[in-house]
Design a binder for this molecule. Structure first.
Ligand SMILES: Cc1cc2nc3c(=O)[nH]c(=O)nc-3n(C[C@H](O)[C@H](O)[C@H](O)COP(=O)(O)OP(=O)(O)OC[C@H]3O[C@@H](n4cnc5c(N)ncnc54)[C@H](O)[C@@H]3O)c2cc1C
Length: 377
């Protein structure tokens, strides 16, 4: 570890690593600090792997802008660097006339957000594409796909390291203190505590980003940065039923939804899973409760009539870092330099839930320009 760094990034998930790849530059001392043994052990490896199109998010929100931009950048990266992906396309399926009305709202929002190729399908057109799906109408999103998130993170690491970035694993940030126009950062590794100074801190600590902001002296209640954990479980679908649909299949999300609804996702090998559910929890625990199987079955059988109760097996769970309180309004990503909180050069990324994987390269470009402004280049 150095005694002085230019940029210190806290967290080696997809967001921190994307930023590291972006800000790497000759002559800059850039460090990524990660408390775990390796990269991507938390939110970034416990998610659906969907390259979202950008349909759901309010117009002009960071979520909408970064998702639409990130979708394009991700496909370019995947094609250029051979990162595993499949542009499967997705259907949002309406199972009632009221939901069919909602499709039009989603279509218009998606188009305002800049999503290309969206189209409403009649029941007949939908069943031409996917004969095993039940519903009254659907919306087709051709630019939705899936990506190998591990390979994406590896790509960011290679690019960052080629640009001189150093990554320290098993190194937990435990104190941050503003000293003159820099920050004194104290870390704990296997050997004890160690401090160094840095001009810029970028907080990409995922589920712990509110606690890291607090370390720097930010009143997170006042700033509205307190996170709420929202668990999402997945059940895998066996019995060879993965061949019965070709596209990702989503329900119409209810208003004020905490997620996009339990949907059909595929990994790159074509294995089918259902999820993620949404329930707020007080602590981080990745167990899947088999008692929730009924909820999964009931949620999807409206549009996937071929699924039988016994096809479902508990698979895995992830936790969303939500700014949205239970029952509260949807919240946008927070990505900001904290100059007006008295912390110039302290960049917070808070509440980077879905579509954070899709948005990661666009978030990286955005943070790269904040860093450029701070460093005057
Ligand atoms: C159930 C679920 C499904 C999702 N599905 C999708 C999807 O299909 N498509 C999509 O685009 N997005 C999806 N997302 C969102 C996406 O996965 C996240 O937005 C993204 O992975 C967040 O990455 P991150 O780097 O911010 O967090 P993380 O991957 O959690 O990385 C943060 C890192 O910070 C480290 N850290 C924390 N505190 C410290 C400290 N004090 N010192 C050092 N290191 C520290 C942690 O150990 C961790 O490795 C989903 C999320 C969930 C939970």
């Amino acid at each position: 570890m150095p005694y002085r760094a230019d940029i210190t990034i806290i967290g080696a998930g997809v967001v921190g690593l994307g930023i590291a790849a972006q800000v790497a530059s000759e002559g800059r001392e850039v460090y990524v600090l990660e408390k775990n043994e390796t990269f991507g052990q938390e939110i970034s490896s416990r998610q659906s792997g969907v390259i979202h199109a950008g349909i759901y998010y309010p117009e002009s929100s960071l979520k909408a802008k970064m998702c639409v931009a990130g979708n394009h950048i991700l496909y370019e990266l995947c094609e250029k660097y051979g990162i595993g992906h499949r542009r499967l396309g997705k259907l949002i399926v309406a199972t009632s006339d009221a939901e069919a009305g909602e499709l039009q709202t989603l279509l218009e929002r998606g188009q305002r957000n800049g999503v290309e190729g969206l189209r409403i399908l009649s029941k007949w057109e939908m069943q031409e594409l996917e004969p095993n799906i039940e519903g009254v109408a659907a919306m087709l999103s051709p630019s939705t796909g899936v990506i190998d998130s591990h390979a994406l993170m590896k790509h960011f690491i290679v690019k960052a390291q080629d640009g001189g970035v150093r990554i320290a694993f098993q190194t937990k940030v435990v104190e941050i203190e503003k000293v003159a126009d820099e920050y004194k950062v104290t870390v704990e590794d296997g050997r004890g505590k160690f401090s160094f100074t840095t001009r810029i801190v970028i907080n990409c600590a995922g589920l712990y980003c509110d606690k890291v902001a607090e370390l720097a002296g930010i009143d997170i209640a006042k700033a509205g940065y307190k996170l709420h954990y929202c668990k999402g479980e997945y059940f895998s679908v066996g019995s060879g039923k993965n061949t019965l649909v070709k596209r990702l299949v989503f329900p119409v999300p209810p208003p004020k939804a905490t997620g996009v609804g339990i949907h059909v996702a595929f990994d790159l090998d074509g294995r089918m899973r259902l999820g993620p559910s949404t329930h707020y929890v007080d602590s981080i625990d990745y167990a899947v409760d088999n008692q929730h199987k009924r909820l999964f079955y009931d949620s999807v059988r409206r549009f996937l009539p071929f699924i039988e109760y016994d096809d479902l097996e508990p698979e895995m769970a992830g936790i969303r870092p939500k700014l949205q309180e239970p029952g509260g309004d949807v919240k946008d990503f927070v990505i900001r330099d904290e100059t007006d909180n008295g912390l110039p050069g302290f960049i917070n990324l808070i509440g980077i839930e879905s579509p954070g994987l899709t948005a990661s390269p666009a978030i990286a470009e955005h943070v790269g320009s904040l860093v450029g402004d701070l460093l005057g280049k």
